[in-house]
Design a protein around this ligand. Structure first.
Ligand SMILES: Nc1ncnc2c1ncn2[C@@H]1O[C@H](COP(=O)(O)OP(=O)(O)OP(=O)(O)O)[C@@H](O)[C@H]1O
Ligand SMILES: [Mg+2]
Length: 366
């Protein structure tokens, strides 16, 4: 049996390895058809990028799609290049057509062209220096969509990083340009939930309430269980329902962490080790996960650490007993501490995001 491990958790999930999100797919499709812009929030590693990419796969053929990862955008000019390249590459089947469209509409920005890996065209705009230049580039998707009588979906992932580019002005410009684009649906997404919330939910920010909000939760239990059972089975291994349930309990159904534990279990089974218990396996995993220790070491405040210890033990941090027991000082201290932990992505809606971190912290206090 030289099968590949079906629980690869480090790559985006797609095709056969993509689990559920049926409702989200429907909602996204509705939005793409109606031109309703969307913001997708979730804690880290819940599957935002996978959802967007899989949605794009399923759309392909029906609507051109453009994916921009703001982690890879380091300047306003790069953003302009990517919007234009992405659109040209996705809409035009041939290199020449893409080039001629870019030349027609953006000649004043002195575009230069190069073929990209996927046979499309990569555009570099020479003159994106002023706001007007940028505006022209950002309008490109709508212009193309009008000319070709089509709709386009354009995703901006890790969108909160817009703050590092050109702050307020870019935000305002983007908002006003996007507002006019009835043929382009924008999907904004990111894992720094608080920063995204600030962009989209603060009354004085340009994007205030301009998009539909999609809160991505964990994967639903039943499809996740089925996927795990089937994946073991298909690759020639058997696990019982009890084990699958135990896995999901230990990982609290966290999309990536659950797959990670299954990944290791599968490797053990393939190595012919029959006696591993899921708990022991998880213990080894957590011990060897340097990220957990690193995360903990970066938490400097004693109050933050104690609050996390309380949460790791499933204690209610606001209760009087917990405040006493863990030395959390006062309710308002707890509130402030939790807020900063949320901002750092360690907590989400008042609880620890990463189940492995929870277990790691819990183990320290036992
Ligand atoms: N629907 C899904 N089906 C199968 N696996 C998934 C699904 N969603 C997430 N995963 C698993 O979780 C991992 C993290 O997913 P992804 O990178 O899409 O999350 P994200 O929310 O974009 O994370 P980040 O906040 O770090 O950008 C994936 O590599 C994949 O293994
Ligand atoms: Mg992502």
């Amino acid at each position: 049996m030289m099968n590949e491990n079906p629980f690869e958790y480090r790559l985006l999930a797609s095709g056969e390895s993509f689990i559920d999100r049926e409702q989200e797919m429907k909602d996204l499709l509705e939005c793409a058809k109606s031109g309703q812009n969307v913001t997708i929030y979730s804690p880290r590693r819940y599957g935002k990028s996978s959802l967007i990419m899989e949605f794009f796969h399923r759309l392909s053929g029906d609507m051109p799609t453009v994916y921009i990862d703001f982690n890879r955008v380091n300047s306003v000019s790069e953003l302009a290049d990517r919007v234009v390249s992405g659109t040209a590459g996705s809409v035009f089947s041939s290199f020449e057509k893409g080039i001629s469209m870019v030349k027609d509409t953006l000649l004043s920005l002195r575009p230069t062209f190069a073929p990209n890996e996927s046979g499309g065209v990569s555009v570099s705009l020479d003159l994106v220096k002023t706001e007007r230049d940028l505006e022209k580039a950002l309008r490109f998707p709508q212009i193309v969509a009008e000319k070709r009588d089509i709709k386009i979906v354009l995703a901006m992932d890790e969108f909160q990083r817009i703050n590092t580019l050109n702050g307020d002005r870019l935000e305002r410009l983007l908002r006003s340009v996007i507002q006019e684009q009835d043929r382009v649906t924008y999907i904004f997404s990111g894992s720094q939930v608080n920063m995204l919330r600030e962009i989209f939910e603060c009354g004085d920010r340009p994007f205030f309430q301009s998009t539909k909000v999609m809160k991505l939760g964990k994967l639903p239990v039943k499809p996740f269980e089925d996927y795990i059972m089937n994946s073991f089975e298909k690759t020639g291994f058997e696990v019982d329902e009890g084990t699958v349930r135990e896995i999901l309990e230990l990982t609290e159904g966290h999309p990536m962490r659950t797959k990670e534990l299954c990944f290791e279990l599968w490797n053990q089974m393939r190595a012919g080790e029959r006696t591993v218990s899921v708990k022991d396996l998880l213990d080894v995993l957590i011990t060897n996960d340097l990220y957990l220790e690193d995360t903990w070491n970066h938490i400097n405040s004693v109050l933050q650490r104690r609050t996390l210890e309380a949460l790791a033990n499933h204690e209610k941090p606001h209760s009087h007993t917990t405040i006493e027991k863990y030395g959390l000082k006062s309710n308002s201290h707890v509130q402030r501490t939790m807020k900063s932990l949320e901002r750092d992505g360690i907590l989400y809606e008042g609880d620890i995001v990463d189940p492995f971190l929870r277990l790691w912290i819990k183990r320290r206090t036992d």
